[in-house]
Design a protein around this ligand. Structure first.
Ligand SMILES: Nc1ncnc2c1ncn2[C@@H]1O[C@H](COP(=O)(O)OP(=O)(O)OP(=O)(O)O)[C@@H](O)[C@H]1O
Length: 831
């Protein structure tokens, strides 16, 4: 055997040295003292030779080959093999020599690698897929940085002296079962111990550099022994873990893989604020609410809950996406923008969406009823009915103020009582404050298309019915209603164009005191009401013009005076000695409302002109009706002009677009959804049209009002309504004239409704709607179930019916007539 130079060292002037780039050479620390003079390594006795063996004879070669074969058969690593597998020429630690830094010998069934003791300058050693049981040679590699001994037969764990710079170790796929103290391996950054037989995690406490730890597919049943490690990635998949525990101190953790365990809850992850990815595939998580445990992890982007029972929950994906809105991937699938939007719309819809749904529900239910062209007290398309809406947080005084207003301006305003499913408070009158009905009745009214808008508040339903407005309109009055913000959103979607006045508390203490004084509300309800002040003020701030006026209501008296003045400005009323004496003023008032001209004078001159009794005495169509009706119309349109806020051109365009759509729907040119709805009603239309009923209030309607306004009212669900009366007899002539005038009406650019087929229909052919099972009181079949709002049952409100709470609310009704009874289940509200 020739004296050989260790192939790890090359003289600086070696020919093979020059073309190699040294950029990639990893610098390392100085040689440890025990290594002595580096030059001694140049002549390591028995060291393998790679390129200098130029003097050997063929005999020597044979002998060597034989020996080589023998060693190979024994699983012993030979110098030749090592020489073949060395790579990455670079500088030694001292920088004085050039050495091969990497050695990779995979899959050679090696069991004895003791020869590697000589390769002291190795920095990377890869020995996977062998049969190695002993790694003690690593003790001689002080510069080793990366060690891969995966897929071997190791039963011992780190059985060598710790190389000072050892950073990455892969012992996966071995047979190690005991962890040992690794405090000496303080440089260790990545440790892979997958597929071994560990049952417990221990000995890592002092691995102050450990950022990546993988213990997948062991037999670990508890997460422990990881305290204060600077881990960024932790993989414990394929173990026997049932609970996520002891991870709180790992605040640096970014990636956590706990797939294939027995975990039922995500609890325990709450504080890991740097977590970006969690894999919990194939566990036993069954509740969507578990996602709330990671709700606050703002950096969480990937969550995998595949093959967990929770996936069977309805709307699982949307619900999780809603709870974890920062996710970009769920169950290894990208979370799309559409999914994010739908999840928010489903679980926390913005007020616009809620209002749109509410509006759509009521329009659809209205359209599902037998359609009739029905005269209405309400003005037509171009003259919206004058309404005043007082809005603001609960108990801010809007109801009280509404009543007061109706009382003081009883010639102008009537109180529109909403329906509610809550029980009456002490002193509240059915029909005066609210129509108190049961949830079943409420639901029935929804299905019958009675409502214009509804809202759930404090566990109870509230709804403004068309009949509530009509009943005020029939008296020739403008309607005053009060409602919460959501109601306003919804009403804004409808055809009505009220003035909206926001009553807002500015002093939280006063407002809270006021709420407490009522002894009606729980602390939570009070807090909720107080919190809603912000919602109102932010809408007012962010949406200029959303409310027509804002009145601070800390002091009820002052608030009422402001409201009163505002209304008087709207109406052009002037205070005189006698109190209610009024005079028209042709100019704009302090509030900016345009004052009326003859409006108030008319009212004063003929106070009884619009009284219901008087008007009812005049038969519709008789010449006598012309005079009062024209006055009535005159009055109403003027009042409307006073109360209706001026529209911007964009708003006007939007309104006319909506009207156009509905007109087209009525003429069968509509978009699919509309025609679909009308198709269903086609067979009922003739019977409905054959008997247009004029109800009591119809006397107030303008006889000259053409069908365009009827159509448009129908579009808003105002006059195309079902009612028992709608099917009573009326002369074909009247019908013809009504409809005929429709055709002649000046609906620019809109084709008139083709009613010829309907007009010529024999009355005999008109069938009672009940024959179709379409009684006005019976909910119509075919209503899509999903459109039905769920009315859940709630316990009665605390204090309801129990305590004297509200100060007596003055009645705002104009006449002493009994308030319209809440429509019973089998009684049409507009009948
Ligand atoms: N149809 C409706 N749509 C939306 N909100 C409504 C409707 N009807 C009533 N509300 C509002 O619902 C809230 C709860 O009404 P409720 O009458 O039960 O409360 P309250 O404690 O008596 O307060 P308030 O004095 O404001 O009426 C009130 O703010 C009320 O204005």
């Amino acid at each position: 055997m020739t004296a050989a130079v260790s192939p790890q060292y090359l003289p600086r002037n070696s020919p093979i040295f020059s073309p190699v780039s040294l950029d990639s050479v990893t610098p390392h620390g100085p040689l440890p003292e025990e290594c002595g003079d580096v030059t001694s390594f140049l002549t390591t006795p028995g060291g393998p030779q790679r390129y200098t063996d130029t003097f050997s004879t063929s005999e020597d070669e044979d002998e060597q080959a034989e020996k080589h074969m023998e060693m190979k058969n024994k699983g012993e690593l030979t110098e030749e093999e090592v020489a073949d597998c060395l790579s990455n020429l670079g500088l030694s630690a001292t920088g004085l020599q050039h050495v091969y830094q990497f050695l990779s010998i995979p899959g050679r069934s090696l069991s004895n690698i003791s020869i590697l003791c000589n390769y002291v300058h190795l920095q990377k050693l890869e020995l996977p897929y062998n049969k190695i049981k002993d790694l003690s040679c690593v003790s001689h590699m002080p510069y080793l940085i990366i060690l891969d001994a995966s897929h071997n037969e190791l039963i011992d764990f780190f059985g060598f002296e710790p190389p000072k710079n050892l950073k990455e170790v892969d012992f996966s796929y071995n047979q190690i079962s005991q962890m040992k103290d690794l405090s000496a391996y303080s440089s260790l950054k990545k440790l892979n111990l997958d597929y071994n037989h560990f049952q417990e995690i221990s000995g890592l406490e002092k691995c102050a550099s450990l950022t990546h730890l993988s213990l997948a597919h062991n037999q670990i049943s508890r997460i422990s022994g990881l305290d204060n490690l600077p881990l960024k990635e932790l993989c414990l998949r394929g173990n026997l873990i049932q609970t996520i525990e002891n991870l709180q101190p790992l605040w640096t953790l970014q990636v956590l893989d706990l797939a294939c365990n027995r975990i039922q809850s995500l609890s325990g992850l709450q504080n890991l604020h740097l977590l970006g990815s969690i894999n919990l595939e194939r566990n036993q998580i069954s509740e969507i609410k578990e996602a709330t445990h990671v709700h606050d992890l703002q950096l969480l982007r990937e969550l995998n809950l595949k093959r967990n029972p929770v996936q069977d929950q309805p709307d699982y994906r949307l619900a999780v996406i809603f709870l974890l809105q920062h996710l970009t991937g769920l169950d290894e699938q990208m979370v799309t923008v559409e999914e994010k939007v739908s999840s928010v719309n489903k679980y926390d819809p913005p007020p616009e969406v809620v209002a749109a749904r509410d509006h759509m529900t009521h329009v659809v239910y209205q359209l599902m009823q037998p359609q009739v062209i029905l005269d209405s007290t309400l003005p037509g398309l171009d003259t919206p009915y004058p309404m005043l809406v007082l809005t603001g947080p609960q108990a801010c005084g809007k109801r009280e103020l509404a009543h007061k207003l109706c009382q003081e301006f009883s010639d102008f305003f009537g109180y529109g009582a909403c329906h509610t499913t809550r029980g009456p408070y002490f002193g509240e009158e059915n029909g005066s404050d609210y129509h108190f009905i049961t949830e079943e009745e409420f639901r029935h009214m929804i299905h019958m298309g009675k409502f214009i808008q509804t809202m759930q508040y404090g566990g109870h339903w509230y709804g403004l019915s068309l009949e509530a407005i009509e009943s005020v309109a029939r008296e020739g009055l403008a309607c005053v209603v009060h409602m919460e913000l959501e109601g306003v959103y919804s009403l804004k979607k409808s055809y009505f164009e009220p003035r909206y006045i926001l009553l807002i508390p500015t002093c939280v203490e006063t407002y809270t005191r006021c709420l407490r004084a009522r002894c009606l509300y729980t602390q939570a309800q009070i807090e909720c009401a107080v919190a809603r002040i912000d919602a109102y003020s932010s809408v007012n701030r962010d949406k200029p013009g959303f409310f027509d006026n804002v009145i601070v209501c800390d002091d009820r008296k002052e608030a009422y005076q402001t409201l009163r003045q505002l209304v008087r400005d709207y109406l052009g009323l002037m205070e005189q000695d006698g109190g209610l004496a009024t005079t028209p003023t042709p100019e704009r008032t302090s509030t900016g409302a345009i004052t009326g001209d003859s409006l108030v004078v008319d009212r004063l001159k003929e106070p009884s002109l619009y009284s219901r009794a008087e008007l009812s005495a005049k038969s519709p169509g008789s010449p006598d009706t012309d005079f009062p009706l024209s006055h009535s119309t005159n009055y109403r349109s003027k009042l409307q002009a006073e109360l209706t806020p001026h529209k911007t051109s964009a708003e006007q365009a939007s309104i006319s677009r909506r009207r156009q759509m509905v007109r087209e729907a009525l003429m069968g040119k509509s978009p699919a959804a509309y025609s679909q709805l009308f198709k269903r009603c086609a067979h009922t239309a003739p019977s409905s049209l054959a008997s247009p009923r004029r109800h009591a209030g119809s006397n107030l309607a303008n006889p000259g009002e053409d069908s365009s306004s009827e159509e448009s009212r129908a579009s808003s669900g105002l006059s195309m309504r079902s009612s028992a009366g709608a099917f009573s007899a009326a002369s074909p002539a009247a019908r013809g004239s009504d409809l005929g005038s429709d055709v002649g009406s000046g609906l620019a650019a809109v084709e008139p409704l083709d009613i010829s087929a309907l007009v010529h229909q024999d009355l005999d052919t008109v069938r009672d709607p009940s024959e179709y099972g379409l009684t006005p009181t019976a909910p119509r079949g075919g209503v899509p179930e999903h459109l039905s709002p769920t009315v859940t049952s709630y316990p009665t409100r605390p204090g309801s019916n129990a305590k004297p709470v509200l100060p007596p609310i003055p009645s705002g009704r104009k006449t002493a007539e009994p308030a319209p009874a809440a429509p019973a289940q089998n009684q049409p509200a507009d009948g």
